[in-house]
Design a protein around this ligand. Structure first.
Ligand SMILES: NC(=O)c1ccc[n+]([C@@H]2O[C@H](COP(=O)([O-])OP(=O)(O)OC[C@H]3O[C@@H](n4cnc5c(N)ncnc54)[C@H](OP(=O)(O)O)[C@@H]3O)[C@@H](O)[C@H]2O)c1
Length: 287
């Protein structure tokens, strides 16, 4: 029985591209909230539906023939979406899903792409799925609340994949960082960042579907990298002038380094173990 991807942006489409050519029998349904996107999504699926996941009628229709639902939602609008935007997108959608579950007995598996931002700060320490999430106020706390809504569903298999920051085609790191060339920046750039290539986000989702993963799984690459190292190595590789770190933003946190041990124990092999686009990144190996 079918699989529905609710929310086909960057990750949802990457998953659809993996699934559709290999599995003609799958019965893949994709959703968009925008009529005008249906045409673009149609080649990737058996069916495309207009669905706002906060609308019970539309969500029910999108899921009623599926055994698996993959929620790859993201708030709409510009990059700086506020907490309310996150709440509407995730919390309202999952309340809606929970209300519908009695009408969806065939839906056995629910997956959701959450974010490592639920971990909050750990002063540069390593965190894993057993580390209590502590995002502080803001969108991270809304994402945690969203996870809890799904985690409380106990009669279906629920898997929450906490993604690192995404990179890949269309979100290329060199492209995003080249504008910093030659700049003077405040701070030291010490904060760790945790990345995952979009192909690995989609690959882990596919493995989670096939392997019936449950619970929380971090989906990040092997090498958390400090902002300073990320920027400098990318600029060097592009032959661009380095950034000058001016200090003066103390106290600054080192952030946190996310472990991907569970991902590996579940058998997933990363296609992109680091953000390397040049063959030169080697820092910050997992101990
Ligand atoms: N981007 C990152 O770096 C990152 C990092 C960590 C975690 N994640 C997680 O991964 C998720 C997906 O990321 P992404 O980059 O693929 O996001 P994206 O490109 O913004 O795509 C999100 C999709 O959600 C759909 N959507 C928004 N509101 C909806 C609603 N109410 N009902 C149904 N669909 C709705 C939109 O569909 P239409 O516009 O077609 O209607 C959009 O295509 C994020 O939200 C987050 O939880 C992302």
């Amino acid at each position: 029985m079918g699989l529905t991807i609710i929310g086909c942006g960057y990750v949802g489409q990457a998953l659809a591209r993996r699934l559709q050519p290999q599995r003609p029998q799958l019965g893949l349904t994709l959703t968009t909230t925008r009529q005008e996107r249906q045409g673009a999504l149609r080649p990737l699926a058996d069916e495309v539906m207009v669905c706002d996941a906060t609308d019970p009628e539309q969500l029910l229709k999108s899921l009623q023939n599926s055994r698996t639902a993959v929620f790859c939602l993201g708030p709409k609008g510009n990059q700086q979406v506020d907490e309310e935007g996150y709440r509407h997108t995730f919390v309202d959608s999952f309340h809606c899903l929970r209300l519908l579950l009695p009408q969806l007995p065939q839906l056995r598996q629910i997956l959701y792409t959450s974010s490592c931002s639920v971990y909050g700060d750990a002063n540069g320490d390593w965190v894993d799925e057993t580390t209590p999430a502590s995002p502080g106020p803001g969108h991270g706390s809304v994402l945690l609340e969203s996870e809890q809504l799904l985690g409380a569903i106990n009669d279906r298999t629920v898997c929450i994949l906490r993604l690192g920051a995404l990179h890949g085609p269309g979100r290329d790191l060199d492209e995003r960082l080249k504008g910093l060339a030659g700049q003077a920046r405040q701070g030291e750039g010490n904060t760790f960042t945790n990345w995952v290539h979009v192909d690995d986000a989609a690959g882990a989702l596919e493995a989670a579907v096939d392997g019936h993963w449950s619970g929380v799984v971090n989906v990040v690459n092997d090498q958390p990298i400090r902002v300073r190292d990320l920027v400098e190595q990318s600029l060097a590789h592009q032959g661009l002038a380095t950034v000058q770190w001016m200090g003066g933003l103390e106290p600054q946190s080192d952030g946190r380094r996310i472990r991907n041990q569970r991902l590996k124990q579940l058998g997933y092999r990363l296609l992109h173990p680091n953000v390397d686009q040049s063959g030169v990144f080697s820092a910050n190996q997992v101990p």
